[in-house]
Design a protein around this ligand. Structure first.
Ligand SMILES: [Zn+2]
Length: 281
């Protein structure tokens, strides 16, 4: 049984100067590949079910899949609700076995975001689980624009909500298909000068890999969410598997061919963030 909460994996990361990957899952194939990758790299992993995943597969099913994988894993696995939208949804996630709730009140006014996130944090903590909030707004490629995190607001948000991890907007953008100019390191420094809550970067696929590695080692960023680049790896592998044999029609036979490429892609992500060999995992 290696089901872990977000705090279980982020507090050691904060003190050990490394980061844990929050890997965006869409189905069974990527979930099992990500856990296999974490086992091969001997580091923790956070399996994330976001709104798109939940629209495709019901939350109770996702909870069972995450918990099943965690119980058999040799490394800590966090079952994380990503971008939870309502109190009811967060409550349902806890009932379904999730160990970590991300509540996204980032589109709301500060006081409302604080009040609502604090309620979710209380709910999670009462169940022995963890909560991640978001302050500032992380925008979307070809969608809503970002609003950078104000360091003073971030400190107040962390203090007033009691969250275990804080997603910040420092130049990161969701859904980027290739690395962009990178993160605003001055703003990260200003935020962590005022609060010691572990920091989270959504839109990690758009951050150059070298900067991800360096910031994992030198700042309070303890979690990078990675979705797009692994979805690209899966899509490429699936396309190759279908094209390799036009006669093949059994989906399990086709999907089997996606596992190894996806494990390799996830291992590359995890390798850059995990503790250096001398440190404990
Ligand atoms: Zn996000």
């Amino acid at each position: 049984m290696t089901l872990a909460t977000l705090s279980d994996v982020l507090q050691p990361a904060l003190f050990g100067r490394y980061a844990v990957a929050g890997l965006v899952t869409l189905g069974w194939e990527d979930m099992r590949a990500f856990v296999a990758a974490a086992e091969a790299e001997e580091c923790p992993v956070i399996l994330q079910a976001g709104p798109g995943c939940r629209a495709h597969t019901p939350l109770p099913v996702l909870g069972k899949m995450f918990v099943h994988l965690a119980e058999a894993a040799t490394v800590p696995v966090v079952a994380h609700l990503d971008h939870g939208q309502t109190l009811d949804e967060c409550r349902q996630a806890l009932d379904c076995g999730f160990t970590s709730l991300m509540y996204d009140g980032s589109r709301k006014p500060l006081t409302q975001n604080i009040d609502e996130t604090a309620r979710i944090a209380d709910l999670a903590h009462a169940a022995g689980m963890s909560c991640e909030g978001e302050i500032g707004f992380v925008g979307y490629q070809d969608g809503d624009r970002s609003s950078g995190t104000d360091p003073g607001e971030a400190a107040k948000f962390a203090e007033d909500t009691g969250i275990d991890a804080m997603a910040i907007s420092v130049g990161n953008v969701h859904l980027q298909q290739r690395p962009s100019g990178g993160l605003d390191e001055d703003r990260i420094a200003a935020i962590q000068a005022l609060t010691d809550v572990p920091l989270v970067i959504h839109g990690g696929s758009g951050v150059p890999a070298a900067q991800r590695l360096r910031l994992a080692r030198t700042t309070n960023i303890c979690k990078f969410n990675i979705g797009t680049e692994l979805r690209q790896a899966f899509g490429d592998a699936l396309r190759a598997a279908i094209n390799a044999d036009p006669q093949r029609f059994d989906r399990i036979e086709i999907l089997k061919d996606t596992i190894d490429p996806l494990v390799a892609a996830a291992r590359a992500v995890l390798r850059d963030l995990k503790p250096e060999p001398a440190a404990a995992c």
